[in-house]
Ligand binder design. Structure first.
Ligand code: 2OP
Length: 219
């Protein structure tokens, strides 16, 4: 049986922080198609990250987050004035999922290191971690900014060893994004897919070691 991981590294958006919390918080401003706005916003944000990475263009994830919201608001009618600013402000302070603080605390009590590895810009991650009160429960919040490219480039996953000094085989990587798990598995991390919404599996050749409903399954 493999030894326990020395580090637990988490994707941020969708895994620790609920990306749909911003629209939920301002459902009155987002209008009758709030859920659709949130879905388009997230999907376009990811699309832009992959498109720009393939072009070799370096772009701040906050810029992508603003551009993708602009697309969603242009595509879906019915939102109220002030929606854009309110949604962007809320995105900087997203709710974390309820089990996150206790799970991070328990992992650290076992002696493991804990960290975020995210496409989010350094400032976005600092704001999100502070707003959710997770600062004392994380050893590091590692931004893809430092690699100049977004996940699923191996250069991003390589930042973990550079920052924590722990080799990939001793790292457990958690993400709710199956595409991120595929990238992390290809890189050599042990992976847990946090399948919060019961999605069907994909990327069959790049499977996680575990599929969990939420982060409590790590304990
Ligand atoms: C991340 O936090 C975008 O969810 C992705 O890296």
């Amino acid at each position: 049986m493999p030894a326990s991981p020395k580090a637990y590294v988490f994707d941020a958006y969708g895994t620790l922080f609920d990306v749909h919390a911003a629209v939920r918080r301002h459902a009155d401003l987002a209008g009758p198609q709030a859920v659709r706005i949130s879905e388009i916003w997230r999907n376009k944000q990811l699309e832009y990250s992959w498109t720009l990475s393939l072009m070799g263009q370096r772009t701040d994830f906050w810029r992508i987050t603003c551009d993708s919201l602009d697309f969603a608001l242009a595509a879906v009618p019915g939102w109220a004035p002030g929606a854009r600013d309110a949604l962007l402000d809320a995105y900087r302070k997203l709710d974390c999922y309820e089990e996150v603080p206790a799970v991070l605390k328990a992992l650290r009590e076992r002696g493991a290191r804990t960290a975020i590895l995210s496409n989010g810009s350094r400032r976005m991650l600092d704001d999100a971690v502070a707003a959710a009160g997770l600062g004392d429960l994380l050893d590091a919040a590692i931004s893809a900014d430092d690699a100049g490219v977004f996940k699923t480039s191996p250069r991003v996953y390589a930042l973990v060893e550079q920052v924590l000094g722990i080799p990939p085989a001793q790292v457990s990587f958690q993400s709710s994004n199956r595409w991120d798990i595929a990238g992390a598995a290809a890189f050599g991390f042990r992976c847990a897919w946090i399948n919060r919404t019961g999605q069907p599996d994909e990327y069959g050749d790049l499977a996680p070691q575990a599929v969990l409903r939420d982060l409590n399954g790590l304990l």
